[in-house]
Design a protein around this ligand. Structure first.
Ligand code: HEC
Length: 111
């Protein structure tokens, strides 16, 4: 039967709207904060200066240095976080959390 396909496409209802967007963003932010405190500050210290308990032992770099912050890109930071480098362990974190950590580190930039 050569029926005509009914026009099911709900026209005009296709606004790019992610209903969970707001909630997810808030959750990610929380997760980022938690991750930073629980998994990063041991080496990097609460303010990223490399003065966490294990900071001296692994020679964690000072992430607040304006010089370094100016040179490094968000992509480079994300790669180091995800892949690790030397004594920096790799963190298998969801991309939004990694991106959040990068932004978080950007806020640490010194004076
Ligand atoms: C076991 C200690 C340790 C932990 C835990 C750790 N780091 Fe690191 N991190 C290091 C060390 C050491 C380096 C320097 C790596 C190198 O030799 O280049 C580093 C480097 C970095 C860099 C790159 C600095 C650069 O020169 O580009 C970033 C960004 C970073 N860490 C973020 C994080 C974040 C975010 C976390 C938590 C998810 C974290 N680190 C957890 C030890 C640590």
């Amino acid at each position: 039967m050569g029926a005509q396909a009914p026009a099911t496409a709900p026209n005009g209802v296709q606004r790019e709207r992610d209903p969970s967007g707001g909630a997810a963003a808030a959750e990610v932010k929380q997760l980022v904060e938690l991750t930073w405190r629980q998994q990063c500050t041991t080496c990097h210290g609460p303010t990223g200066r490399g003065d966490g308990q294990m900071g001296p032992m692994v020679q964690a770099p000072d992430l607040t240095l304006a010089d370094w912050q100016g040179k490094t890109t968000n992509g480079e930071m994300a790669t180091v976080i995800k892949m690790g480098r030397n004594r920096m362990p790799a963190f298998n974190l969801p991309d939004p959390v990694v991106a959040g950590l990068v932004s978080r580190i950007r806020t640490l930039k010194a004076r």
